[in-house]
Ligand binder design. Structure first.
Ligand code: PEP
Ligand code: MN
Length: 275
């Protein structure tokens, strides 16, 4: 891989990131919550539901990068204050998206992890700013990007002195229309060969279909990912954003009940299997 200095893999050395006691890079971390923060009631309902099902971190967008300028853009500061309350009530650290370099420093006061969405993966000014933020960065793969381009974006953040980068595969655009994107699961072992950074799979945005999220989560865990990011809404039919692909708390609980034993089983087999 060209031009990688800090992001390239060092055998036997994996980056482990501690976020308020949740470690990413050893074990399986599930980040869950709604696509966007819509109201206090909606966010708190989702936060308590995902916590109860066993999620370790909470997600929710206060700034939404929408395809249309007329679509709901997020609650901004009000949304961040709601996330703060959700964290206080559940103890779950917060992952939230930042879309503008001018907002990084003050959003970092609310967020435990700053998310860079697919549309901003190569927003180099934003990458440099989150690189200076002192907060872990959740870097989603650009929907048209190669692994090399993605890792070079991680390199932008690392080279600003921020070692805490979490990669997230969220599907890439292909000719297939049935799914919202195509989940590139080969990115999991490939990224693990190429870099020491942890990799999370987002089966929600990559499939865009509720029925496919659990099977692809199982496959992602089997492939050895470090975690999953999944959208959950207490009332998906009322969601302002991505309702059709959001899990209800009951469906999410079902998923958790299937992936956790799978992960433990694989961890046991890995520790006893001959190479
Ligand atoms: C999101 O996670 O809310 C999101 C907008 O995802 P992506 O950037 O992958 O489309
Ligand atoms: Mn979404």
């Amino acid at each position: 891989m060209k031009n990688l200095k800090l992001a390239s893999g060092k055998p036997g050395q994996k980056t482990i990131i501690d976020i308020d006691g949740v470690t990413i890079g050893s074990g399986l971390v599930v980040i869950a919550g709604p696509c966007s923060v819509e109201s206090e009631e909606q966010m708190l309902a989702a936060a308590h539901a995902v916590k109860e099902a066993g999620a370790q971190m909470l997600r929710g967008g206060a700034f939404k990068p929408r395809t249309s300028p007329y679509a709901f853009q997020g609650l901004g500061l009000q949304g961040l204050k709601i996330l703060e309350k959700a964290k206080k009530e559940t103890g779950l650290p917060i992952v939230t998206e930042v879309i503008d370099p001018r907002d990084v420093s003050w959003i970092a006061e609310f967020a435990d992890v700053l998310q860079i969405g697919t549309r901003n993966m190569q927003n180099f000014a934003l990458l440099k700013e989150v690189g200076k933020s002192g907060k872990p960065v959740f870097l989603k793969r650009g929907m048209h990007s190669t692994l090399e381009e993605w890792l070079n974006c991680a390199e932008y953040i690392l080279s600003e002195g921020n070692p805490d980068v979490i990669l997230c595969e969220r599907g890439i655009r292909t000719f297939e229309k049935y799914t919202r994107n195509t989940l590139d699961l080969s990115a999991v072992p490939a990224i693990q060969e190429l870099t020491h950074l942890p990799i999370i799979i987002d089966p929600t945005h990559s499939t865009g279909r509720l029925s496919l999220i659990e099977p692809m989560s199982m496959a992602a865990v089997a492939a050895g990912c470090d975690g999953l990011m999944i959208e959950v809404h207490a009332k998906p039919e009322e969601a302002l954003c991505d309702g059709a692909q959001s899990m209800t708390p009951a469906i999410f609980k079902h998923l958790m009940d299937r992936i956790l034993p799978l992960h433990s089983f694989l961890a046991d087999t890995h520790s006893t299997a001959e190479p």
